[in-house]
Design a protein around this ligand. Structure first.
Ligand code: FAD
Length: 405
């Protein structure tokens, strides 16, 4: 019988395995998950779960019964240590081997750490896995001085959650803007203003050069201007590195992720890569990209499952992303390059608006703050390549639904 083996039991791996069945694949499906926990959603780890409002048991990617009824062989704690392409088999850390006809690499990513003195002190943390979140969830309510390094999505979400628990945070960002280049400056400023209103401090143009400790635990963060921030908990949110070692040691091309074509297939026609670890050619970016989002992981998984099930189609999905911080629900559709100009469309409620981003006359992305209706319309506009003039984008009374029909 044909066998598809999926490496990684995160969002992309689980979606691939479950979609294989939904798309009619009749062979064996083996899902090798490197983590001991049942596969779970990561987004709540910096939000509801960290806030103590949800239990991970409530957040499985698919229930136990799903794997049984769909005949997906889920192996937990099964870290793949080698791919033998000539023999078409993978070996897990226990020594067990699995032959494959099709192999899908869904190995995700690992948070970057900071190579500064004191990085090993207790209380200096990153957030990716359930274990990280469990530990932070215990530490956060007791912390008196929290420093978050990096004003990206995860750092700002952690800062929002901490302030919701009554623990004010200092966020330190090396760049001059929060949320990276993908978000327009006005939207990023709106987010930072809400954080400041909630009691958080956000510093730009500064970086940490050292963590100082006492009895093995962090006590302060030293910045590059020589100043010192008291800290008994430091969350390092300075980005991630794709997990490519397995692919690399199997001789597959790697360049900021595992290099795949528009079918998300590596140069070995039996091996695919999906999710955070995959570097693919994007029609929306007009270049190769690697994205870190649930949408990307899910739709990659569906695309590859379709190929394996026998009807390959190039990956063309419109990227979209969301973040929840304080009372903000920010949704982003499309991909900005950073050099766009921006048209603001007010919403009907205070704190609700959308930013339409244009490169020349081309709409590249839409950021919607507490404006879900516009986000949904934006995904359709971008997906269908439907032109929208700037005056139409800016006019809150202009009917986008009618425009799309
Ligand atoms: P992962 O979810 O990282 O899964 C990869 C899995 O592969 C891991 O379990 C890993 O242990 C395993 N693995 C690695 N190597 C091996 C091996 N050799 N053998 C076996 N298994 C292996 N995205 C959004 O769109 N919105 C959000 O609000 C949002 N919030 C987030 C909050 C947090 C705290 C984090 C960490 C991420 C968030 N993301 C969010 C991003 C999103 O969760 C990721 O982009 C998505 O989980 C990527 O899925 P993946 O399957 O590619 O990788």
């Amino acid at each position: 019988m044909t066998r598809a083996v999926v490496v990684g039991g995160g969002q992309a791996g689980v979606e691939t395995a479950s979609s294989l069945r939904l798309k009619g694949f009749e062979g064996e499906v083996v899902l090798l998950s490197g983590e001991p926990a049942h596969p779970y959603h990561r987004p709540p780890l910096s939000k509801e779960y960290l806030a103590g409002k949800s239990d991970v048991a409530g957040n499985p990617l698919r229930g136990e019964s799903f794997f049984q009824t769909r005949d997906v062989q889920l192996r937990r704690d099964a870290r793949v240590v080698q791919i033998d392409r000539a023999a078409a088999e993978v070996t897990v850390a226990s020594g067990e081997r699995f032959g494959y006809d099709q192999l899908v690499l869904a190995t995700g990513s690992t948070p970057r750490t900071l190579p500064v003195p004191g990085a090993e002190l207790a209380g200096v943390a990153t957030l990716r896995r359930l274990e990280d979140a469990c530990q932070l969830r215990e530490q956060l309510p007791q912390a008196r001085h929290v420093v978050v390094l990096g004003a990206g999505f995860i750092g700002m979400e952690c800062a929002a959650t901490a302030s919701g628990l009554g623990v004010p945070v200092t966020v330190v960002e090396m760049a001059e803007q929060a949320l990276g280049r993908v978000v327009s400056r006005p939207t990023a400023e709106f987010v930072v203003d809400r954080h400041r209103e909630a009691g958080n401090t956000v510093l730009f143009g500064r970086k940490a050069t050292e963590f100082r400790g006492e009895n093995g635990a962090v006590r302060a963060v030293v910045l590059d201007d020589g100043s010192e921030l008291p800290a008994d908990l430091v969350i390092v949110g300075v980005g991630i590195t794709p997990n490519t070692e397995l692919a690399e040691s199997a001789g597959l091309a790697v360049a900021n992720g595992i290099v795949v074509d528009e079918l998300l297939r590596t140069e070995d026609p039996r091996i695919y890569a999906v999710g955070d670890c995959a570097n693919y050619p994007s029609v929306h970016a007009g270049s190769r990209i690697r994205l870190e989002s649930v949408q990307n992981a899910v739709e990659h998984g569906q695309c590859v499952a379709q190929s394996i099930a026998g009807s390959p189609a190039p990956y063309r999905a419109v990227p979209w992303f969301w973040t929840h911080q304080l009372a903000m629900r920010l949704q982003i559709a499309g991909l900005a390059h950073g050099d766009e100009d921006t048209v603001r469309r007010p919403g009907s409620e205070p704190g609700s608006f959308s930013m339409f981003r244009y490169r020349g006359e081309q709409l590249t992305a839409v950021e919607s703050m507490n404006h879900p209706r516009i986000h949904m319309a934006a995904r359709k506009l971008l997906g269908g390549g439907v032109p929208l003039a700037r005056e139409q984008a800016a006019d809150p009374d202009y009917d986008l639904k009618a425009h799309l029909s």
